[in-house]
Design a protein around this ligand. Structure first.
Ligand code: UDP
Length: 362
Protein backbone atom coordinates (compact mmCIF):
# COMPACT_ATOMS: atom_id res chain seq x y z
CA UNK A 1 0.00 0.00 0.00
CA UNK A 2 1.33 3.46 -0.93
CA UNK A 3 0.32 6.57 0.97
CA UNK A 4 -0.43 9.82 -0.82
CA UNK A 5 -0.80 13.10 1.01
CA UNK A 6 -2.92 15.56 -0.97
CA UNK A 7 -2.41 19.23 -0.17
CA UNK A 8 -5.19 21.58 -1.19
CA UNK A 9 -6.77 24.79 0.02
CA UNK A 10 -8.63 26.73 -2.68
CA UNK A 11 -12.04 26.34 -4.31
CA UNK A 12 -10.90 25.05 -7.72
CA UNK A 13 -8.67 22.51 -5.99
CA UNK A 14 -11.56 20.96 -4.07
CA UNK A 15 -13.45 20.63 -7.34
CA UNK A 16 -10.51 19.06 -9.20
CA UNK A 17 -9.66 16.76 -6.29
CA UNK A 18 -13.21 15.41 -6.07
CA UNK A 19 -12.73 13.14 -9.07
CA UNK A 20 -9.08 12.28 -8.41
CA UNK A 21 -9.76 11.34 -4.77
CA UNK A 22 -12.59 9.14 -6.00
CA UNK A 23 -10.26 7.42 -8.49
CA UNK A 24 -7.60 6.97 -5.79
CA UNK A 25 -10.17 5.44 -3.43
CA UNK A 26 -11.01 2.90 -6.14
CA UNK A 27 -7.34 1.92 -6.50
CA UNK A 28 -6.62 -0.91 -4.10
CA UNK A 29 -2.93 -0.07 -3.65
CA UNK A 30 -3.31 3.63 -2.83
CA UNK A 31 -4.33 5.32 0.39
CA UNK A 32 -4.98 9.08 0.53
CA UNK A 33 -4.68 11.55 3.39
CA UNK A 34 -6.01 15.06 2.69
CA UNK A 35 -4.49 18.24 4.12
CA UNK A 36 -6.58 21.43 3.87
CA UNK A 37 -4.35 24.49 4.23
CA UNK A 38 -7.30 26.80 4.95
CA UNK A 39 -6.49 29.22 2.10
CA UNK A 40 -10.22 29.36 1.31
CA UNK A 41 -12.25 28.99 4.48
CA UNK A 42 -15.74 30.49 4.00
CA UNK A 43 -18.30 27.66 4.04
CA UNK A 44 -19.44 28.59 0.52
CA UNK A 45 -15.82 28.61 -0.74
CA UNK A 46 -14.88 25.30 0.90
CA UNK A 47 -17.30 23.08 2.90
CA UNK A 48 -20.00 23.11 0.22
CA UNK A 49 -17.71 21.33 -2.25
CA UNK A 50 -16.74 18.58 0.18
CA UNK A 51 -20.42 17.99 0.88
CA UNK A 52 -21.85 18.04 -2.63
CA UNK A 53 -18.99 16.38 -4.52
CA UNK A 54 -18.53 13.55 -2.00
CA UNK A 55 -14.94 14.38 -1.10
CA UNK A 56 -12.99 12.70 1.69
CA UNK A 57 -12.86 14.98 4.74
CA UNK A 58 -9.41 16.49 5.38
CA UNK A 59 -7.52 14.73 8.17
CA UNK A 60 -5.41 17.84 8.77
CA UNK A 61 -6.81 21.36 8.75
CA UNK A 62 -4.11 24.01 8.95
CA UNK A 63 -6.38 27.09 9.09
CA UNK A 64 -3.90 29.31 7.30
CA UNK A 65 -5.33 32.22 5.32
CA UNK A 66 -4.85 35.91 4.83
CA UNK A 67 -1.63 37.91 4.95
CA UNK A 68 0.78 38.62 2.12
CA UNK A 69 1.90 35.93 -0.29
CA UNK A 70 5.18 35.42 1.58
CA UNK A 71 3.47 35.32 4.94
CA UNK A 72 0.79 32.85 3.84
CA UNK A 73 3.13 30.59 1.87
CA UNK A 74 5.73 30.62 4.66
CA UNK A 75 3.24 29.59 7.34
CA UNK A 76 1.92 26.84 5.09
CA UNK A 77 5.43 25.56 4.48
CA UNK A 78 6.11 25.23 8.20
CA UNK A 79 2.85 23.42 8.93
CA UNK A 80 2.85 21.15 5.87
CA UNK A 81 6.40 20.05 6.67
CA UNK A 82 5.23 19.00 10.13
CA UNK A 83 2.35 17.00 8.68
CA UNK A 84 4.60 15.28 6.14
CA UNK A 85 7.11 14.37 8.82
CA UNK A 86 4.40 12.66 10.82
CA UNK A 87 2.51 11.09 7.89
CA UNK A 88 5.64 9.99 5.97
CA UNK A 89 3.83 9.56 2.62
CA UNK A 90 5.24 7.97 -0.52
CA UNK A 91 4.10 10.94 -2.63
CA UNK A 92 2.49 14.37 -2.29
CA UNK A 93 -0.28 15.40 -4.67
CA UNK A 94 -0.93 19.07 -5.47
CA UNK A 95 -3.29 20.87 -7.86
CA UNK A 96 -3.11 23.98 -9.98
CA UNK A 97 -1.29 27.14 -9.10
CA UNK A 98 -2.12 28.59 -5.68
CA UNK A 99 0.10 29.28 -2.69
CA UNK A 100 -1.12 25.96 -1.25
CA UNK A 101 0.21 24.22 -4.38
CA UNK A 102 3.67 25.71 -4.09
CA UNK A 103 3.92 25.26 -0.32
CA UNK A 104 2.87 21.60 -0.59
CA UNK A 105 5.34 20.87 -3.38
CA UNK A 106 8.23 22.70 -1.74
CA UNK A 107 7.72 21.13 1.68
CA UNK A 108 7.62 17.69 0.07
CA UNK A 109 10.61 17.95 -2.24
CA UNK A 110 12.87 19.19 0.57
CA UNK A 111 11.95 16.05 2.49
CA UNK A 112 12.75 14.00 -0.65
CA UNK A 113 9.12 13.04 -1.10
CA UNK A 114 8.19 12.96 -4.81
CA UNK A 115 5.53 15.42 -5.95
CA UNK A 116 2.65 14.83 -8.37
CA UNK A 117 1.26 17.98 -10.00
CA UNK A 118 -2.20 17.96 -11.52
CA UNK A 119 -2.62 20.71 -14.14
CA UNK A 120 1.07 20.89 -14.96
CA UNK A 121 2.49 22.92 -17.84
CA UNK A 122 -0.06 25.72 -17.98
CA UNK A 123 1.55 29.03 -18.82
CA UNK A 124 0.31 32.60 -19.25
CA UNK A 125 3.88 33.88 -19.83
CA UNK A 126 2.97 36.70 -17.47
CA UNK A 127 5.33 36.59 -14.51
CA UNK A 128 3.37 39.31 -12.72
CA UNK A 129 0.70 36.70 -11.99
CA UNK A 130 1.28 34.94 -8.66
CA UNK A 131 -0.23 31.82 -10.26
CA UNK A 132 2.43 31.77 -13.01
CA UNK A 133 5.24 31.78 -10.44
CA UNK A 134 3.55 29.05 -8.41
CA UNK A 135 3.06 26.80 -11.43
CA UNK A 136 6.53 27.19 -12.92
CA UNK A 137 8.23 26.43 -9.60
CA UNK A 138 5.89 23.52 -8.81
CA UNK A 139 6.47 21.96 -12.23
CA UNK A 140 10.23 22.26 -11.82
CA UNK A 141 10.22 20.22 -8.59
CA UNK A 142 7.56 17.64 -9.52
CA UNK A 143 8.16 14.02 -10.49
CA UNK A 144 4.76 13.37 -12.09
CA UNK A 145 3.55 16.22 -14.28
CA UNK A 146 -0.06 15.63 -15.31
CA UNK A 147 -0.62 17.93 -18.27
CA UNK A 148 -4.24 18.68 -19.21
CA UNK A 149 -3.61 19.76 -22.81
CA UNK A 150 -1.24 19.41 -25.73
CA UNK A 151 -0.11 23.04 -25.25
CA UNK A 152 0.71 22.36 -21.58
CA UNK A 153 2.79 19.28 -22.49
CA UNK A 154 4.64 21.34 -25.11
CA UNK A 155 5.47 24.08 -22.61
CA UNK A 156 7.06 21.49 -20.32
CA UNK A 157 9.02 20.02 -23.19
CA UNK A 158 10.25 23.51 -24.17
CA UNK A 159 11.39 24.08 -20.59
CA UNK A 160 13.56 20.95 -20.75
CA UNK A 161 11.48 18.81 -18.36
CA UNK A 162 12.19 15.10 -18.84
CA UNK A 163 9.37 13.85 -21.14
CA UNK A 164 9.23 10.61 -19.15
CA UNK A 165 7.79 12.59 -16.22
CA UNK A 166 5.10 14.32 -18.32
CA UNK A 167 1.76 12.53 -18.69
CA UNK A 168 -0.86 14.08 -20.93
CA UNK A 169 -3.89 12.67 -19.17
CA UNK A 170 -6.54 15.28 -20.05
CA UNK A 171 -8.26 17.79 -17.83
CA UNK A 172 -9.81 16.64 -14.56
CA UNK A 173 -12.30 19.52 -14.74
CA UNK A 174 -13.78 17.88 -17.80
CA UNK A 175 -14.21 14.71 -15.73
CA UNK A 176 -16.00 16.77 -13.06
CA UNK A 177 -18.24 18.44 -15.63
CA UNK A 178 -19.26 15.05 -17.02
CA UNK A 179 -19.67 13.28 -13.67
CA UNK A 180 -21.37 16.00 -11.65
CA UNK A 181 -22.36 18.70 -14.15
CA UNK A 182 -24.56 16.30 -16.09
CA UNK A 183 -26.86 16.07 -13.03
CA UNK A 184 -27.98 19.67 -13.58
CA UNK A 185 -31.08 20.76 -15.51
CA UNK A 186 -32.81 24.11 -16.05
CA UNK A 187 -35.68 23.18 -13.73
CA UNK A 188 -35.86 24.80 -10.31
CA UNK A 189 -32.66 25.32 -8.38
CA UNK A 190 -30.93 28.66 -8.32
CA UNK A 191 -32.27 29.60 -11.75
CA UNK A 192 -35.79 29.26 -10.39
CA UNK A 193 -34.99 31.11 -7.15
CA UNK A 194 -33.43 34.02 -9.05
CA UNK A 195 -36.21 34.01 -11.65
CA UNK A 196 -33.79 33.58 -14.54
CA UNK A 197 -34.79 32.37 -17.99
CA UNK A 198 -32.44 30.06 -19.90
CA UNK A 199 -30.26 32.20 -22.23
CA UNK A 200 -31.81 35.28 -20.63
CA UNK A 201 -28.78 36.52 -18.71
CA UNK A 202 -25.02 37.05 -18.70
CA UNK A 203 -23.00 35.33 -15.95
CA UNK A 204 -19.89 37.10 -14.62
CA UNK A 205 -17.08 36.11 -12.25
CA UNK A 206 -14.05 38.21 -11.30
CA UNK A 207 -11.32 37.33 -8.81
CA UNK A 208 -7.85 37.48 -10.44
CA UNK A 209 -5.47 39.83 -8.63
CA UNK A 210 -4.59 41.59 -11.90
CA UNK A 211 -8.23 42.78 -12.00
CA UNK A 212 -9.16 43.14 -8.33
CA UNK A 213 -5.90 44.83 -7.32
CA UNK A 214 -6.05 47.41 -10.12
CA UNK A 215 -8.69 50.03 -9.35
CA UNK A 216 -8.71 51.05 -13.01
CA UNK A 217 -9.28 47.54 -14.38
CA UNK A 218 -11.90 46.73 -11.77
CA UNK A 219 -13.73 50.00 -12.48
CA UNK A 220 -13.71 49.17 -16.20
CA UNK A 221 -15.25 45.76 -15.53
CA UNK A 222 -17.89 47.23 -13.21
CA UNK A 223 -18.73 49.98 -15.75
CA UNK A 224 -19.07 47.40 -18.52
CA UNK A 225 -21.26 45.02 -16.51
CA UNK A 226 -23.47 47.89 -15.34
CA UNK A 227 -23.87 49.01 -18.96
CA UNK A 228 -24.62 45.44 -20.09
CA UNK A 229 -27.26 45.20 -17.36
CA UNK A 230 -29.27 47.96 -19.03
CA UNK A 231 -30.25 45.47 -21.75
CA UNK A 232 -29.92 42.04 -20.21
CA UNK A 233 -29.80 40.59 -16.74
CA UNK A 234 -26.31 40.13 -15.34
CA UNK A 235 -25.65 37.67 -12.50
CA UNK A 236 -22.38 37.91 -10.60
CA UNK A 237 -21.46 35.48 -7.80
CA UNK A 238 -19.01 37.68 -5.93
CA UNK A 239 -15.75 36.24 -4.65
CA UNK A 240 -15.27 37.41 -1.03
CA UNK A 241 -12.08 39.30 -1.92
CA UNK A 242 -13.75 41.09 -4.83
CA UNK A 243 -16.72 42.00 -2.63
CA UNK A 244 -14.43 43.51 0.02
CA UNK A 245 -12.51 45.54 -2.57
CA UNK A 246 -15.70 46.82 -4.24
CA UNK A 247 -17.11 47.77 -0.86
CA UNK A 248 -13.92 49.68 0.03
CA UNK A 249 -14.03 51.42 -3.36
CA UNK A 250 -17.61 52.55 -2.64
CA UNK A 251 -18.99 50.80 -5.73
CA UNK A 252 -20.95 47.98 -4.19
CA UNK A 253 -24.33 49.62 -3.60
CA UNK A 254 -24.74 51.22 -7.05
CA UNK A 255 -23.57 47.99 -8.67
CA UNK A 256 -26.02 45.90 -6.63
CA UNK A 257 -28.89 48.10 -7.88
CA UNK A 258 -28.12 47.13 -11.50
CA UNK A 259 -26.44 43.73 -11.43
CA UNK A 260 -27.70 40.67 -9.56
CA UNK A 261 -24.90 40.21 -7.02
CA UNK A 262 -24.99 36.92 -5.15
CA UNK A 263 -22.67 35.13 -2.74
CA UNK A 264 -20.40 32.41 -4.12
CA UNK A 265 -22.45 29.33 -4.93
CA UNK A 266 -21.79 25.59 -4.80
CA UNK A 267 -20.57 23.70 -7.84
CA UNK A 268 -23.95 22.38 -8.96
CA UNK A 269 -25.60 25.80 -8.68
CA UNK A 270 -22.66 27.26 -10.58
CA UNK A 271 -23.00 24.69 -13.35
CA UNK A 272 -26.68 25.56 -13.64
CA UNK A 273 -25.86 29.26 -13.94
CA UNK A 274 -23.17 28.49 -16.53
CA UNK A 275 -25.16 26.02 -18.59
CA UNK A 276 -28.12 28.32 -19.19
CA UNK A 277 -26.28 31.64 -19.54
CA UNK A 278 -26.39 33.51 -22.86
CA UNK A 279 -22.72 34.32 -22.33
CA UNK A 280 -20.13 34.09 -19.57
CA UNK A 281 -17.72 36.96 -18.81
CA UNK A 282 -14.95 35.80 -16.49
CA UNK A 283 -11.32 35.96 -15.47
CA UNK A 284 -11.49 32.45 -13.96
CA UNK A 285 -9.53 29.65 -15.56
CA UNK A 286 -12.01 26.97 -14.59
CA UNK A 287 -15.06 28.95 -15.65
CA UNK A 288 -13.57 29.59 -19.13
CA UNK A 289 -13.41 25.84 -19.66
CA UNK A 290 -16.80 25.14 -18.15
CA UNK A 291 -18.33 27.64 -20.59
CA UNK A 292 -16.94 25.47 -23.38
CA UNK A 293 -18.01 22.19 -21.73
CA UNK A 294 -21.57 23.51 -21.62
CA UNK A 295 -21.46 25.08 -25.10
CA UNK A 296 -21.74 28.67 -23.91
CA UNK A 297 -19.75 31.55 -25.48
CA UNK A 298 -17.18 33.15 -23.20
CA UNK A 299 -15.48 36.53 -22.95
CA UNK A 300 -12.31 36.40 -20.88
CA UNK A 301 -11.56 39.54 -18.90
CA UNK A 302 -7.79 39.24 -19.19
CA UNK A 303 -4.83 40.12 -21.42
CA UNK A 304 -3.96 36.47 -22.00
CA UNK A 305 -5.16 33.00 -21.16
CA UNK A 306 -3.59 29.64 -20.42
CA UNK A 307 -6.44 27.92 -22.27
CA UNK A 308 -5.35 29.06 -25.73
CA UNK A 309 -7.14 26.24 -27.56
CA UNK A 310 -10.50 27.81 -26.70
CA UNK A 311 -9.51 31.14 -28.23
CA UNK A 312 -8.13 29.37 -31.32
CA UNK A 313 -11.32 27.35 -31.78
CA UNK A 314 -13.58 30.39 -31.39
CA UNK A 315 -15.23 29.49 -28.07
CA UNK A 316 -13.51 32.19 -26.11
CA UNK A 317 -12.39 35.72 -26.87
CA UNK A 318 -9.96 37.80 -24.88
CA UNK A 319 -11.22 41.20 -23.79
CA UNK A 320 -8.57 42.98 -21.70
CA UNK A 321 -10.39 45.25 -19.25
CA UNK A 322 -8.82 48.49 -20.49
CA UNK A 323 -11.88 50.07 -22.08
CA UNK A 324 -15.48 49.64 -20.91
CA UNK A 325 -16.98 50.29 -24.38
CA UNK A 326 -14.88 47.55 -25.94
CA UNK A 327 -15.89 45.20 -23.15
CA UNK A 328 -19.58 45.91 -23.61
CA UNK A 329 -19.14 45.36 -27.33
CA UNK A 330 -17.31 42.04 -26.80
CA UNK A 331 -20.14 40.84 -24.52
CA UNK A 332 -22.83 41.98 -26.97
CA UNK A 333 -21.24 40.47 -30.09
CA UNK A 334 -20.12 37.32 -28.28
CA UNK A 335 -23.68 36.23 -27.59
CA UNK A 336 -24.76 33.39 -29.84
CA UNK A 337 -21.33 33.00 -31.37
CA UNK A 338 -20.16 29.47 -30.68
CA UNK A 339 -16.88 27.88 -31.74
CA UNK A 340 -15.72 24.90 -33.75
CA UNK A 341 -16.20 21.38 -32.37
CA UNK A 342 -12.89 20.47 -30.70
CA UNK A 343 -11.87 18.00 -27.97
CA UNK A 344 -8.71 19.39 -26.33
CA UNK A 345 -9.36 18.17 -22.77
CA UNK A 346 -9.23 14.42 -23.07
CA UNK A 347 -11.88 11.73 -22.80
CA UNK A 348 -13.31 12.49 -19.36
CA UNK A 349 -11.13 9.88 -17.64
CA UNK A 350 -8.19 12.06 -16.60
CA UNK A 351 -8.64 11.23 -12.90
CA UNK A 352 -8.52 7.49 -13.56
CA UNK A 353 -5.35 7.92 -15.64
CA UNK A 354 -3.73 9.91 -12.81
CA UNK A 355 -4.57 7.30 -10.17
CA UNK A 356 -3.31 4.54 -12.47
CA UNK A 357 0.02 6.32 -13.00
CA UNK A 358 0.44 6.92 -9.28
CA UNK A 359 -0.35 3.28 -8.52
CA UNK A 360 2.62 2.27 -10.68
CA UNK A 361 5.09 3.93 -8.28
CA UNK A 362 7.73 1.54 -6.98
N1 UDP B 1 -17.26 28.13 -8.87
C1 UDP B 1 -18.26 27.78 -7.99
N2 UDP B 1 -19.00 28.76 -7.42
C2 UDP B 1 -18.81 30.09 -7.68
C3 UDP B 1 -17.80 30.43 -8.62
C4 UDP B 1 -17.03 29.43 -9.19
O1 UDP B 1 -18.47 26.59 -7.72
O2 UDP B 1 -19.51 30.93 -7.11
C5 UDP B 1 -16.46 27.06 -9.49
C6 UDP B 1 -16.47 27.05 -10.98
O3 UDP B 1 -17.61 26.35 -11.46
C7 UDP B 1 -15.16 26.34 -11.30
C8 UDP B 1 -14.26 26.78 -10.17
O4 UDP B 1 -15.10 27.26 -9.14
O5 UDP B 1 -15.32 24.93 -11.25
C9 UDP B 1 -13.33 27.88 -10.62
O6 UDP B 1 -12.66 28.37 -9.54
P1 UDP B 1 -12.07 29.85 -9.47
O7 UDP B 1 -12.76 30.70 -10.48
O8 UDP B 1 -12.13 30.27 -8.04
O9 UDP B 1 -10.54 29.65 -9.79
P2 UDP B 1 -9.70 29.43 -11.14
O10 UDP B 1 -10.36 28.39 -11.97
O11 UDP B 1 -9.61 30.76 -11.82
O12 UDP B 1 -8.37 28.99 -10.64
Amino acid sequence: MKKIVTVLGARPQFIKASVVSDAIAKTSTLNEVVVHTGQHFDPNMSDVFFAELGMPRPKHHLNIHGGSHGDMTGRMLVEIERVLQSERPDAVLVYGDTNSTLAGALAAVKLHIPVAHVEAGLRSFNMRMPEEINRILTDRISSWLFAPTQAAAEHLENEGIDPAMVHRVGDVMYDVALQHGSRVSSEGGLLGRLGLEPQGYVLATVHRAENTDSSQRLATIVDALEATAQNTRVVWPLHPRTRAILRDAGRLDALAAKVQLIDPVGYLDMVQLEKYAALIATDSGGVQKEAFFHGVPCVTLRDETEWVELVESGWNRLAPPDDAHQLVDAIRTGRGSIGRPVTPYGDGHAARAIAKKLAEMS
